[in-house]
Design a protein around this ligand. Sequence first.
Ligand SMILES: NC(=O)c1ccc[n+]([C@@H]2O[C@H](COP(=O)([O-])OP(=O)(O)OC[C@H]3O[C@@H](n4cnc5c(N)ncnc54)[C@H](O)[C@@H]3O)[C@@H](O)[C@H]2O)c1
Length: 338
Amino acid sequence: MTTLGLIGLGRIGAFHAETLTNLPNVERLVVTDERPHVVAEVATKYGATPADSVADLLSAGVDGVVVAAATPAHAELALAAVDAGLPTFCEKPIASTAAESARVADIIARSGIPVQVGYQRRFDAAFAAVKQGVDAGTLGRLHTVRSTTMDPAPPPMDYIRGSGGIFRDCAVHDFDAIRWVTGQEVVEVYATGSVQGDPLFAEYGDVDTAVITVRFDGGALGVVSAARYNGRGYDCRLEVHGFDDTMVAGWDEGAPVLNGDPNTSFPTGQPHHFFMDRFTQAFRAELSAFVDVVGGAPIRGATVADAVEVAWIAEAATESLRRGVPVAIDTVKKEAQQ
Ligand SMILES: NC(=O)c1ccc[n+]([C@@H]2O[C@H](COP(=O)([O-])OP(=O)(O)OC[C@H]3O[C@@H](n4cnc5c(N)ncnc54)[C@H](O)[C@@H]3O)[C@@H](O)[C@H]2O)c1
C-alpha cells in the first residue's frame, strides 16, 4: 500500500484527489496547496491528510508525489520532490519553457528518480489502439496526421495569463500524442492563430484559436488545431492516415459534432463536456500506472525526455506564430543555447 502526496488542488488537482483516493493501492493521501482553505476543503471531502506546506508534505512519510499545481510552479515543485528522493508524477508541462524543461530534465536524469509526466491520452483506449495499429504496420506508410483539441470554454483568464500560451498549455497534448502514436519526430512547424473571443488573450500575448502544420522526420505531414471556444463540447480527436489504412481516436458516440449527413445518426451520445469526463478512465489508468512506478515498475506513460521534446515543439510553434514563418525544431534548440 502506498502513501502519496498531492501538491496543487485547483481544477485538476481536486479531480486527481478524487481519483487517487479511489485507487485500490493508495492507502493515504497527503494534500497541500498555496491556498489553505482549499487544502481544508479537499482534505475533508476525500479524507486526505492536510499539510501546511510543500516541505511538510515532503516530510510526511509519502512514498511518491503528484504535482498538479499551476504551471509556473512545476519545475520547482518537481525538483523539490526529486531532491527528497521521491518518485514524482508532474502534470504537463514539466516547466514553463522548453529551455527550463531541458534544464529540469538534466537534473532529474542525474538524480535517477523516476518522473512521469501527465499526458493522459497515452492511457486512453482509442489512442492506444491507434498506436497499436501504427506499430503493427496495418496502416502502412503514414502520410497525414490530424490532431484536434477544442475546449468548450476557456479556463479562467488568470490561468491563461500563467499558462505559457495555447501551444505550451493546450496543443502540447496533441504534440505528445502525434509523436507517441506515429513514432516519428516533428522536425518543423508552421503556426497561425487568432483571437476571436476574450481580448485578454491578445493582451497576454496568446491566441484562442490556432492551427499548426507539422512536418515529421519520416515524411508524414500533420495538422494540429486547438481552440478555446467550442460550444458543442470538448473535442479531442486524432486521425492517422496511411497508404494502406486509416485509424481514428475520439470518433466515439460522445464526439461533440453534429453530423450533417441526413442518412447518418452518428454520433448519438451526450457530447463530451470537458477533459475530465472525456478522459476519466485515462486519468485513472495514468495515476494507477504512477502508483506502480512508486512501487518500482518502469514508467509506462510520458517520460521527462518525452516532455522535453514536446516542449521544443511548443516552443517552435510559439516562435512560428510570432515570426510568421515555419520554424524548425533544431532552430529553437540552437537559439536557446546561444
Ligand atoms: N493533463 C491535463 O489534461 C490537464 C488538464 C488541466 C490542467 N492540467 C495542468 O495542471 C496544472 C494545474 O491546472 P489547473 O487547471 O488545476 O489550474 P488551477 O489554476 O485551477 O489550479 C492550480 C492550483 O495550484 C496551486 N498552486 C500554485 N502554485 C503553487 C505552489 N507553489 N504550491 C502549491 N500550490 C500551488 C493554486 O493555488 C491552485 O489551487 C497546470 O499545469 C495544467 O497545465 C493538465
